[in-house]
Design a protein around this ligand. Structure first.
Ligand SMILES: Cc1cc2nc3c(=O)[nH]c(=O)nc-3n(C[C@H](O)[C@H](O)[C@H](O)COP(=O)(O)OP(=O)(O)OC[C@H]3O[C@@H](n4cnc5c(N)ncnc54)[C@H](O)[C@@H]3O)c2cc1C
Ligand SMILES: CC(=O)[C@@H](O)[C@H](O)COP(=O)(O)O
Length: 657
């Protein structure tokens, strides 16, 4: 199935829905579709709904301006939604009180334009505060909205305006060509549009290599007892130290929230709930006796600088509206206005500039200078071959993979090096032109992989992203897609190569043949040049070739074992039958083993550990480069036949007697 729209929005949380509604309000005839995996998992559902730029102590600057602009619009915005739907949103500009347990320091954030209340005065504003509260700030313009009611109203408004909301659809990949998104691949067919908006909150990184990460927040709700003089004991939000209490008009008290970097670890935990309760009771002791109604958790979309990404992303027709972290409910109206202006007018509103995704997408990534090679090791980067060999190993003897040609037949990796500079120097001294990079490790900045992607000059080295760390076909497919984006971001627009590794076995790192075949079939369909890492199984190699893989990469022996070529007979059969290049990958421990693979007729070798773990990696890299060339030259030269008996080297005729 293929479905087309003018604008396709990925994510049906508050940001996606608010943008959809705003687009329709500005241009009724626009066809807008929202693809939403699961509304219940959205942070928008989990949030407390505070509209709290001041209570959150956002420092003066573009972020505070953005937040204030959004808070300023809130009343009008929810009124518009109410008119469209007849639904109420629980918007309540009730002000926020920020009690503190310690006197603020001189360098506390500048929120002093709002009044400071001393110990006694703050208790006039809110009776029943805990003994430890020594005073606090009053933020009269902050407020709250019932985010769950708001979302229902937004959905209703969107539908009444003709937005197509497709719930239960997961976008699996953003297909791109020449800097344009061409379609979205989903679990329910493909979708096309003129403009695409990424608004899928914490999950952005599943589709693009963006620095967006989940920050878990655990929450709970209590039931406030109705009082005699006023309906409930709390009328306005209390934003205390590391905790907040948000009283809803219907008598629920929202208590939040933990802030945890635990990846996607789900559930409420005893520790989390205990933390919430003890902080809340310290702030407002009476709630210790109130009924508990509910617990839940959600994931805030965090970014390294705690600012959202608003604006055009890595493609001309892809807009990002993600990373709203702790303030997405507050920022929804202004995000909707700015993003819809951007899409419809192509003007970059001034307010949005500080949030440009370009602060992350550096078109020319910094390249660390490679240190010059030491004089001891003559360069093999542009090797000069002996004259006699030039006929057989001249510039025509190129390695060709998926239509791309390479002089070098050695591929190297980036892991296990003692330092980045050693890795850079080794890559240079090996003379290789293809370097494989573990997408997952680079993305997560795993130890030893920090800054790695930027450390290589990708204008001279072809990137071979690999799916190391993937145990299933599904994982590998997802990581492959990220790999393609990573290569693009690093300047290789047309790089569709992927070294496919599906490795469930953690002891020997042996690949899963069935998972590899499944993933390869799918990735080939998606336009990847697939280089699958496999056991040396000739039948599997043939099947992979038949489904359209660009090479096959049989292992010599387990990855990182340095055992050399333990399955030469099977590799020989693969080489004999293959119509695609055969790359012997993994286990090569010495230059002689690299040469052996090449002499057997392999088209290339991939070597990582033996170089990175050598006492002198730079020298070993050079040796491996030379051995690969020597092996290739030997293969092309044709070895002498093996005989059972000696055969004297000098002529037997004309002997002096
Ligand atoms: C505990 C907690 C308390 C908070 N309190 C406040 C607060 O008081 N005030 C405030 O302003 N902000 C608050 N926030 C932050 C706010 O909730 C978020 O910033 C905001 O909800 C982000 O909205 P979003 O639409 O970008 O993402 P989300 O609301 O997370 O929505 C993203 C949607 O995208 C969908 N999706 C993901 N991947 C895909 C895919 N591949 N295909 C299709 N759909 C996909 C998801 O299923 C989800 O429905 C809080 C957040 C949490 C977790
Ligand atoms: C980096 C990489 O792709 C390795 O997984 C590859 O298989 C090389 O293996 P060695 O480290 O044994 O050379």
């Amino acid at each position: 199935m293929q479905t087309t729209s003018d604008v396709l929005i990925i994510g049906g949380g508050i940001i996606g829905l608010a943008i959809a509604v705003e687009l329709k309000l500005k241009q009724r005839q626009l066809q807008v579709t929202v693809l939403s995996r699961d509304f219940a998992q959205a942070a928008s559902h989990a949030a407390a709904g505070m509209l709290a730029p001041h209570a959150e102590q956002i420092a003066p600057g573009p972020m505070l301006e953005l937040c204030l602009a959004s808070r300023w619009r809130y009343g009008e915005w929810v009124e518009k939604l109410a008119q469209l739907t007849g639904m109420e949103t629980g918007y309540n500009p009730c002000g926020i009180l920020s009690p503190v347990f310690e006197a603020p320091h001189g360098n506390a954030p500048n929120i002093s334009s709002n009044p400071w209340l001393d110990r006694e005065t703050i208790r006039h504003y809110q009776p029943g505060l805990g003994e430890d509260v020594i005073g606090g700030w009053w933020h009269p313009d902050d407020g709250q909205v019932d985010n769950r009611k708001l979302i229902s109203a937004l959905r209703q408004a969107a539908q009444s305006l003709g937005v197509r909301i497709q719930e239960g659809v997961t976008v699996q990949a953003i297909a791109q060509r020449h800097g344009q998104v061409t379609e979205l691949l989903t679990d329910q067919g493909s979708f096309q549009a003129d403009t695409y908006v990424l608004a899928n909150g914490s999950w952005a990184k599943e589709l693009l290599p963006l620095p967006v990460f989940p920050v878990k927040g655990q929450m709970m709700a209590l039931r406030m007892p109705a009082g005699t003089h006023q309906p409930y004991p709390l009328q306005r939000v209390l934003f205390g130290p590391q905790t907040y209490l948000v009283p809803r008009r219907d008598g629920r008290l929202i208590v939040g929230a933990t802030s945890e970097r635990v990846d996607w670890e789900p559930h409420n935990t005893p520790q989390g709930i205990q933390t919430l309760l003890s902080r809340a009771i310290r702030l407002f002791p009476a709630l210790a006796d109130w009924a508990i109604e509910d617990f839940w958790w959600g994931f805030r979309p965090g970014t390294p600088d705690e600012l959202p990404f608003l604006g055009y992303g890595p493609c001309d027709n892809l807009v990002l509206a993600i990373g709203h972290y702790r303030n997405g409910i507050l920022l929804a109206p202004i995000t909707a206005v700015l993003i819809s202006d951007l899409i419809l007018d192509r003007n970059v509103p001034p307010l949005i500039k500080a949030f440009s995704p370009q602060r992350f997408f550096t078109p020319n990534p910094p390249v660390l200078p490679c240190r010059p090679m030491t004089a001891v090791f003559p360069s093999v980067a542009n090797p000069s071959l002996p004259h006699a060999a030039e006929n057989v190993a001249d510039s025509e003897d190129l390695l060709e993979i998926a239509g791309r040609k390479f002089h070098s037949r050695l591929m190297t990796g980036t892991g296990k090096y003692p330092s980045l500079t050693t890795m850079q120097d080794s890559v240079a001294s090996s003379g290789c032109q293809i370097v494989t990079v573990a997408v997952r490790r680079v993305q997560t900045n795993a130890p030893g992989h920090e800054g790695l992607a930027e450390a290589i000059d990708w204008s001279t080295i072809w990137m071979l992203p690999n799916t190391a760390g993937c145990q299933t076909a599904e994982e590998a497919i997802r990581v492959a897609r990220l790999g393609r984006e990573m290569a693009k971001l690093l300047g290789q627009e047309d790089n569709n190569f992927i070294k496919l590794e599906v490795i469930p076995d953690t002891q020997y790192l042996l690949p899963d043949p069935i998972g590899t075949l499944e993933a390869a079939e799918q990735l080939v369909k998606e336009g990847f040049a697939v280089l699958p890492y496999i056991n040396a199984d000739p039948l599997l190699a043939k099947r992979l070739e038949e489904v359209g893989c660009a090479t096959v990469m049989p292992l010599g022996s387990p990855i990182g074992s340095g055992q050399g070529i333990r399955n030469a007979a099977n590799i020989a059969i693969i080489i004999e039958n293959a119509k695609v290049p055969v790359v012997v990958d993994a286990g090569i421990g010495t230059p002689s083993e690299a040469a052996q693979a090449m002499e057997m007729g392999a088209d290339a070798v991939l070597i990582n550990s033996a170089i990175a773990m050598a006492a002198n990696p730079v020298a070993m890299a050079q040796a491996m480069g030379m051995a690969t060339q020597a092996g290739r030259l030997a293969y092309l030269s044709g070895r002498m036949p093996i005989k059972n008996q000696a055969n004297a080297s000098s002529p037997l005729t004309g002997l002096v007697v």
